[in-house]
Ligand binder design. Structure first.
Ligand SMILES: NC(=O)c1ccc[n+]([C@@H]2O[C@H](COP(=O)([O-])OP(=O)(O)OC[C@H]3O[C@@H](n4cnc5c(N)ncnc54)[C@H](OP(=O)(O)O)[C@@H]3O)[C@@H](O)[C@H]2O)c1
Length: 285
């Protein structure tokens, strides 16, 4: 069974660099998750309340018989639950649905909140205080954010005692936010990239198809290898066992410098998920 390399977080915990994404988009496959855990060596699973599959995931994990302590489970807090008390309740409810006593990582899913009469800044800061408390209690072994841009992170920094350990952001060949990656690294925030295949859009790009032929692998493996070779925690999603297996075979080869540069040049700024560019900051709402 493969063992995947880890990335060390600022609090010393180690997160497997390759994880399995889940979501309600495109369905959830119990058999595929059990296969990933039992046959592929996957030990890191990314989910969220929003994905509506936490309970299903609990059944898959139980059937896999992988011990809880060997797993890294990330879930996310939906903005409708922001605010001190509701954050506490939402996290406990996620744990209950997942059938776990603690989360390895809990993320604020999105920087926007839309609470009538309150600034985004205030609501985010209050929410973050709840996360810090759950971190101190051990209910969340690490805490972080998702879809936060530099200005959202800078603002949070003014209000927080614990710096986020992770920022999970869209990252694939067409969306390479290097300034944000560098900022996170400078601040000790691990960068986690989602949609590494650009939701499948990257898989028939001629440049990526050519590289796949050159390295004798699939376009999906090129995208995942490139992301990991950049030191980015990477969470491709598939509901098909054979694709999950394929997506895990990315540690036996290396892209050379020219090909890394060729991948670098594919950025066109496209988002295949949400674009947080216009989410209010600095009390602007
Ligand atoms: N924090 C956030 O706001 C946020 C937003 C979006 C996503 N995420 C996380 O990131 C994860 C991944 O993102 P994503 O699912 O949107 O996009 P993705 O991983 O880039 O692409 C998934 C798509 O590619 C297909 N696929 C996977 N492996 C393949 C392969 N080897 N060959 C051909 N097709 C393949 C999948 O189809 P099949 O399932 O049919 O194989 C699915 O349609 C999510 O599951 C979620 O955990 C987080």
């Amino acid at each position: 069974m493969q063992h995947f390399p880890d990335v060390k977080l600022s609090n010393g915990l180690k997160i497997p660099i390759l994880g399995l994404g889940t979501s309600y988009h495109g369905g959830y496959s119990h058999n595929a998750v059990v296969y990933a855990l039992q046959e592929c060596g996957i030990r890191h699973i990314d989910t969220a309340k929003r994905y509506g599959c936490e309970e299903a995931l609990s059944k898959s994990i139980a059937e896999s018989r992988v011990p809880r302590d060997d797993l890294w489970i990330t879930s996310k807090l939906w903005p409708g639950d922001y605010g001190y008390q509701s954050t506490m309740e939402a996290c406990r409810a996620s744990c209950a649905r997942l059938g776990v006593e603690y989360l390895d990582l809990y993320l604020m899913h999105w920087p926007d909140c839309n609470f009538l009469g309150r600034s985004n800044r205030d609501v985010r800061a209050e929410t973050w205080r709840a996360l810090e408390e759950m971190y101190d209690e051990g209910l969340c072994r690490s805490i972080g954010v998702s879809n936060f841009l530099i200005r959202h992170l800078e603002e949070l920094k003014d209000n927080c005692g614990v710096t986020p350990q992770v920022n999970q952001v869209e990252f694939h060949p067409f969306q390479q936010p290097w300034q944000l990656v560098e900022f996170c690294r400078k601040e000790g925030i691990a960068f986690e990239g989602y949609c590494p295949l650009a939701k499948g859009q990257a898989l028939d790009h001629p440049g990526i198809v050519d590289l796949a032929q050159k390295y004798g692998c699939s376009p999906s493996q090129i995208c995942i290898r490139w992301s990991i070779q950049n030191g980015i925690i990477t969470i491709p999603k598939s509901t098909k066992a054979e694709r999950i297996f394929e997506n895990c075979q990315v540690f036996g080869f290396q892209l050379d410098d020219n090909d890394m540069a060729a991948m670098h040049a594919l950025h066109d700024g496209r988002h295949v998920s949400w674009d947080p560019t216009h989410v209010a900051f600095l009390g602007s709402r």
